[in-house]
Design a protein around this ligand. Sequence first.
Ligand SMILES: O=c1ccn([C@@H]2O[C@H](COP(=O)(O)O)[C@@H](O)[C@H]2O)c(=O)[nH]1
Length: 237
Amino acid sequence: MTETRIIVALDYASADAALTLADRLDPHRCRVKVGKELFTRAGPAVVEQLVKRGFDVFLDLKYHDIPNTVAAACAAAADLGVWMLNVHASGGVAMMQAARERLASLPRRPLLIAVTLLTSLDDDDLTAIGCPGHARERVALLAELSAEADLDGVVCSAREASDLRARLGPERLLVTPGVRPADSANGDQKRIMTPSRAIAAGADHLVIGRPITAAADPQAALSAIEAELAVGSATPR
Ligand SMILES: O=c1ccn([C@@H]2O[C@H](COP(=O)(O)O)[C@@H](O)[C@H]2O)c(=O)[nH]1
């Protein structure tokens, strides 16, 4: 298994586009993520093709449904040979436990993590959806529920990473989207951090999409992020 911390989000509208980039990437230098757009357009076959090319695939479908349905969906995802998949922690402990138990019954199980609060949301958005409070508090609550269900880790923003590392201990994975090199546009992301600061804060895996996929030269963009991580620079954002 690769030692890289970088997961490239293959948010493309076709298998061809996703595989064209994948074929320019080294499965030892990055993992890849298949999300809702690519999966809905290209289906399970694109996941299997990425696995066949040697990539660790994070299937980011964020399941959120009743326990029986989510458990069955997780088992179906595991059949594709994915490395990691996720559910929404707000689906509740019973749902997360059902998913974990179904995966535990398989001969080879993928990692199972829970989305806490989407990185596109901030405190004002929580108020707008009728859940007033601080994003970091909501993330902490949902992360602790995922630990109660004994999941392998959480999706959070890097801004919560140090707090969650203290709350959850060293074993749970912290997977952080909303990562932005200093010269990248935020886009729709609100709780963001640079790659080097995210790692310094305790993130295990950095999910990075548009800063790589929308770059004129995606391989150069990936190399620049790797260089930033190697130097360990901590450019304030
Ligand atoms: O809270 C979350 C959960 C998932 N994502 C996904 O990560 C990538 C981020 O892409 P960028 O282009 O780097 O913004 C994307 O696929 C999201 O669906 C997230 O951003 N936040």
